[in-house]
Design a protein around this ligand. Structure first.
Ligand code: KG4
Ligand code: ZN
Length: 346
């Protein structure tokens, strides 16, 4: 194999798969030296969701500044960087192209190797990195059971090692984050929906409304579309007039999403010999989910690792980490590598 990163290589990560423009510098695939994220929530909030053209245009406007800021905050220059890692999918094609074009431009002009990263693997890696000087939070206990729940994906994965994954189940319709985003839009709580529902649920009764917990017999797959329909029906029938009603509906809806995710994690942990449970993706920032997954781990005597909140939602530190380990296994990517709207993890 050609060049491979070493344990002290510096990786510049670039992430533009959806609506966050992000760049980060990570040492040895584990230690975060900088992690800069520009969010676009204000641009998309009026539409209640991400508008792809708006997202890619904003990426183009800010990508250079964000990369410069990540280098400056890490107190390094491009000359110090050993590897450039960039998300090549899954994601919005127009958004992915901005990051990949920027990364290719830097790689070609500087001669630094380039590696394409799977965004889902990057989310998983958010469990294995830490700010400079701190110990990476998760130990390398494999096989690990990973719940990956974001705005675009929801799956259960058996992780045998970095880069070695087996899919146990995935959503057959909406992703968990997508269900929360759609629910928040219906309740007029704003975008992104997950944090908005979490906030609105504060003081609400999670048992107030008996929303369904859809289950697919004999499978670890998920389904959230029935839950969304139940919310639509509830709002049409009962309305949502006062603050307490909104809090109760938000808390009950959030609880149904969390229970649906947690139940499959518990079932998978029963069916497979796993040495730890990890969660990843934007929905992993949810406090109710973090508590419930911790309970599953405690009840089965399995350690649970959750990423720091700022690493749950899209960021480039996780991309740099995934790029480091991907390049260790496979070497750098070709400079003509492509972007992919769909890119399975396993
Ligand atoms: O991982 P991510 O930033 O982007 C994708 O790869 O999709 O995840 C974004 C998703 C959104 O659906 C958002 O509503 C959800 O994660 N999310 C949350 C929370 N923070 C973000 N869901 C529940 N609770 C949160 N605190
Ligand atoms: Zn993501």
């Amino acid at each position: 194999m050609s060049w491979q990163p070493s344990s002290d290589s510096l990786t510049l990560g670039i992430e533009t798969s959806c609506d966050e423009t992000a760049a980060a510098v990570v040492a040895g695939g584990r230690q975060i030296l900088s992690n800069v994220v520009a969010i676009q929530d204000d641009l998309h909030a009026v539409f209640g969701g991400v508008v792809p053209e708006v997202a890619s245009r904003r990426h183009t406007e800010v990508i250079t500044v964000i990369i410069d800021r990540a280098l400056a905050q890490a107190q390094v220059s491009l000359d110090d960087i050993d590897l450039i890692a960039v998300t090549q999918g899954p994601g919005l094609i127009g958004s992915l192209l901005v990051g990949v074009s920027a990364a290719k431009g830097l790689a070609i002009s500087s001669g630094i190797p380039l590696v394409g990263v799977n965004h889902l693997e990057a989310h998983v890696m958010s469990n294995f990195i830490a700010p400079s000087g701190q110990q990476p939070p998760a130990q390398d206990l494999f096989p690990a059971l990973c719940l990956l729940a974001s705005g675009g994906h929801t799956s259960l994965v058996l992780m045998h090692n970095f880069g070695d994954y087996a899919s146990l189940g995935e959503t057959r319709d909406d992703a968990a984050g997508e269900a929360l985003d759609k629910g928040a839009r219906l309740l007029e709580l704003g975008y992104p929906g997950g944090p908005a529902i979490e906030k609105a649920a504060d003081g609400g009764d999670p048992g107030a409304i008996a929303f369904p917990r859809p289950q697919i017999e004999g499978s670890l797959d998920f389904s959230f579309s029935g839950l969304k329909t139940a919310l639509v029906r509830h709002v049409a029938k009962s309305g949502i007039e006062d603050g307490q009603q909104i809090a109760d509906v938000a808390a009950s809806f959030q609880q149904a999403v969390v229970d649906t995710l947690t139940r499959n994690v518990a079932r998978a942990a029963r069916q497979h010999q796993v040495r730890q449970v990890i969660i990843a993706g934007g929905v992993a920032a949810n406090q109710v989910l973090r508590r419930r997954i911790a309970e599953v781990g405690r009840s089965r005597g399995i350690p649970v690792a959750v990423p720091p909140l700022e690493l749950c939602t899209d960021n480039a530190a996780m991309v740099a980490a995934a790029g480091h380990f991907t390049a260790q296994r496979r070497g750098p990517s070709e400079l003509d590598m492509d972007v992919f709207s769909a890119l399975p993890l396993a």
